[in-house]
Design a protein around this ligand. Structure first.
Ligand SMILES: *Cc1c(COP(=O)(O)O)cnc(C)c1O
Length: 385
């Protein structure tokens, strides 16, 4: 059996090696390292793929979130609601900008932000909601957009984990994740579903004015060279990363299908095992359409809940059996030292507080084979049974 990796970037690279190597050499030959034609081409190709009017490339997914919030003109004191169960980048940028993060609990089935909890957290100071499409499954965007409209709030989708995923609305229409809210951010960190070979990120929006504002912000607040109209940042995608992304974008759908297929095989093997709750395949989304060919979950992570089991002992056991795994995420954001706030009440985070003890993410990437999946699932089942 091939050695199991949490993410097999090398294996994926082998399939696109010639194209990638040649493109990277071409960029070096051209010496157009920053804002070169490759970045512009990638931007256009991603706009076409997503069906969104504007993609603004930037340096990483954390910057993308920050710049999106700056572009919307959010000001210190404004409250921004986001999920307690996510990667810290989301709450970090809210705090960095002097905005007030308001963390709310998540849904135990989808792991995504709980819409009722969002509703209850809205105050006259609330300006935005940041749903995270956690692990690659779209948050309940129909309900979130309706709530935002009712209260005149912005919706910023953190789509770092959901690129290429679909969302099916109640009316049956299909949209790509990251094109539904007022603005969205994504990350091209190497292990993300569309990863480059360094850091990278982008902002998406259908709003022409906001796109213009954001293009200036990522470039030192310049709209005309050496005229600084607003306080901006320096956040760019370089041409070498853009050319790698151009080589990978045509394969994104196949990559996501391979992830869904691996997820399906995992869940099939875990069927009927009492102490394991497998992740949804995106059934909530599927209910809204008649066909099952929806990429509603693109499985950035395949995350189990293990019951009546010492999760940390399972992690250790898998490591001993040379099966890498991850715990995303082990600590609720509201309990992190940097984000503690006396306004929080533990009773408002019962789901997150439970999930952090039960979740375990298994190897998930485009190169998993059946032999590896069998070995992984049998090892997990033997331990929890
Ligand atoms: C990866 C990630 C980010 C940050 O992206 P970087 O490119 O690493 O800055 C933000 N939010 C979520 C949910 C992520 O998974």
């Amino acid at each position: 059996m091939r050695k199991i990796q949490m993410v097999d970037l090398k294996g994926q690279y082998e399939h696109i090696k010639e194209r990638v190597n040649q493109s990277v050499l071409d960029v070096i030959e051209s010496s157009a390292f920053i804002n070169g034609p490759e970045v512009h081409q990638f931007q256009k190709e991603l706009e076409d793929y997503l069906g969104v009017k504007h993609v603004i490339p930037c340096a990483n997914g954390t910057d993308a979130l920050q710049v999106a919030m700056m572009g919307l003109g959010l000001k210190p004191g404004d409250e921004v609601i986001t999920a307690d169960f996510t990667f810290a980048a989301t709450v970090e940028v809210i705090a960095l900008l002097g905005l007030t993060p308001v963390l709310v609990d998540v849904d135990p089935v989808t792991f995504n932000i709980d819409v009722e909890a969002v509703r209850q957290a809205i105050t006259p100071k609330t300006k935005a909601i940041v749903p995270v499409h956690l692990f690659g499954l779209g948050a309940q965007m129909d309900e979130i957009m309706a709530l935002a409209q009712e209260h005149d709030l912005y919706v910023i989708e953190d789509n770092a984990q959901g690129i290429g995923g679909d969302y099916i609305s109640k009316d049956g229409s299909k949209q790509k994740l990251g094109t539904i809210g007022h603005v969205a951010s994504t990350s091209f960190f190497p292990s993300k579903n569309l990863g480059c070979y360094g850091d990278g990120g982008a902002i998406f929006t259908n709003d022409d004015d906001l796109a213009h504002t954001i293009r200036g912000i990522v470039n030192h607040g310049m709209y005309v060279r050496y005229h600084h109209d607003v306080v901006g940042v320096n956040s760019r995608l370089d041409s070498i990363q853009a050319t790698v992304l151009r080589a990978k974008l045509p394969h994104l759908d196949a990559y996501n299908s391979a992830r869904r297929e691996a997820a399906r095989k995992y869940s099939e093997a875990f069927k009927g095992i009492d102490n394991i709750i497998t992740p949804t395949m995106g059934d909530l989304c599927l209910e809204n359409m008649n066909s099952d060919d929806c990429n509603c979950h693109v499985f950035h992570q395949y995350t189990l809940r293990v019951l009546n089991t010492d999760r940390d002992a399972l992690v250790k056991h898998l490591q001993e059996k040379e099966i890498p795994c991850g715990v995303y995420y082990p600590i609720p954001l509201h309990s992190q030292k940097a984000y503690q706030d006396e306004r929080y009440d533990e009773n408002d985070f019962t789901v997150t507080n439970q999930l952090v003890k039960e979740v375990i993410s298994l190897p998930m990437h485009t190169e998993l084979d059946d032999e590896q999946i069998d070995y992984i699932t049998q090892t997990v089942i033997n331990f929890v049974s």
